[in-house]
Design a protein around this ligand. Structure first.
Ligand code: MN
Length: 265
């Protein structure tokens, strides 16, 4: 049995009544409709806080990529214009987003994954979700490597153009791998591990993204008879063929609701 990771804890400010969760937008210049939908939502989220649980960006090769006029800088402007408080957890595509970029745009850095969020009487576990895909041992090894300080320091020391080329290669490699494998094989979150996380944290609900398979999974009961649930966020993908985008809203009374990003209030 794998050891449990360290859990971070965040106590929500008392005035927060509604918190929105989004993830897996995979923003990139080649998919302007997704960027526009995100920008529209961020201008009027009608929530006290928006938590971005990873893979906001399709790729992030260093904060220096967010130079004036770049796509990354335009995303930064959207963050600047959002009236809600913002929090960001790194995903497997954008784990190199730096504390500097987040601080510059007033975004809370949720350095820990998994993270326990206390909102009023609600206790929820948040994660990007890739840590739960334990069956993909090759990925878990890769993750350990690229999350190490040494690897990141060496990568970020390379010239920007070189880092962008490496990111392109890695993406092509990953797409080829995914094309050769059924989705269930490479992005299957472990219900067993999710249950252990919830019991460890004393929480009933886990919210995560990453698998692009939005659904609510019942994980049985805890020792007190409370139902445990794993709630998977939707990816955002808006182009000519696909129109999929969703916000998960949590209220202080504990209600969780899936909404269209265009929904009023
Ligand atoms: Mn992911």
């Amino acid at each position: 049995m794998t050891a449990l990771p360290d859990f971070g804890v965040l106590h929500a400010p008392e005035h927060w009544r509604t918190v929105d969760f989004i993830s897996d937008l995979h923003l990139k210049p080649e998919e302007p409709a997704t960027f526009e939908a995100w920008a529209r939502y961020m201008a009027h989220p009608h929530a006290d806080a928006v938590f971005i649980l990873g893979d906001l960006f399709e790729a992030w090769v260093g904060d220096d990529a967010a130079a004036p006029g770049s796509f990354e800088a335009r995303c930064g402007q959207v963050l600047d214009g959002c009236p809600a408080e913002l929090a960001f957890m790194r995903g497997n595509r954008d784990f190199l987003v730096g504390g500097d970029f987040l601080a510059r745009h007033g975004v809370r850095d949720l350095a820990a994954d998994p993270l326990v969020l206390d909102l009023g009487a609600q206790r929820i576990v948040l994660s990007h979700g890739d840590l739960l895909c334990t069956a993909d041992t090759a990925y878990q090894q890769f993750r350990l490597q690229v999350r190490s300080t040494d690897w990141q320091r060496a990568f970020l020391a390379r010239p920007l153009a070189e880092r962008q080329a490496i990111a392109r290669q890695m993406r092509e490699h990953s797409e080829a791998r995914h094309a050769a494998t059924a989705p269930a094989d490479y992005a299957q979150a472990s219900d067993e591990l999710a249950r252990r996380w919830l019991l460890h944290a004393g929480a009933c609900t886990l919210i995560h993204g990453h698998t692009h398979q939005p659904a609510d999974h019942a994980l049985g009961l805890d020792g007190q008879g409370h139902a445990l649930t794993r709630v998977v966020l939707s990816d955002w993908h808006l182009d000519a063929r696909t129109r999929r985008a969703e916000v998960l809203r949590l209220t202080a009374s504990g209600e969780l609701r899936r909404r269209s990003p265009d929904a009023p209030q």
